[in-house]
Design a protein. Structure first.
Length: 153
């Protein structure tokens, strides 16, 4: 049998306490980093300028102010239309089903540089607690189109 004894003194105790404090700080920082990665690193869009910057980062030239802003409630149960729309959201990394029953704000912006289409095209951003939870680009005509936020082509 092996027995090891340690003579405690103030320096050793202080060194152990400092080492444990540093280890705890490291674990806290790592948990925040890992948590941000698992949540998709959701981008905070608190201001109109940040929303425009986000759309511009996707290649869109948009109106300086939203042309519409409305508060909606994500349905608790999805209709067929919402289910299909959520498939589009899931394909681009969002999932509205996580927010059923909650209020979100939809900000709508005119898009000025959509090529290959002469009608009006808009981008809609679904924002909840200053985080983007979904969105799309679509035309306003009845026989139009809709796709994810990323610029096509």
């Amino acid at each position: 049998m092996f027995i090891y004894t340690v003579k405690w003194n103030k320096k050793l105790a202080l060194a152990i306490i400092i080492a444990l404090a540093l280890l705890l700080c490291l674990l806290i920082v790592l948990s925040h980093v890992i948590g941000a990665e698992q949540s998709g690193g959701t981008q905070k869009l608190r201001t109109n300028a940040q929303r425009i910057e986000f759309l511009e980062s996707l290649g869109w030239e948009v109106s300086e102010e939203p042309i519409d802003e409305k508060v909606i409630v994500i349905p608790k149960e999805f209709s067929n239309v919402y289910t299909e729309y959520n498939k589009l959201q899931i394909a681009q990394g969002y999932d509205l089903s996580q927010y059923c029953g909650l209020e979100a704000t939809i900000y709508t912006y005119d898009i000025y540089n959509y090529s290959g289409y002469s009608g009006t095209v808009v981008a809609e951003l679904y924002i909840l607690n200053h985080e983007i939870i979904g969105g799309d680009v679509h035309s306003l005509s009845l026989d139009g189109f809709m796709h994810g936020l990323r610029r096509m082509g």
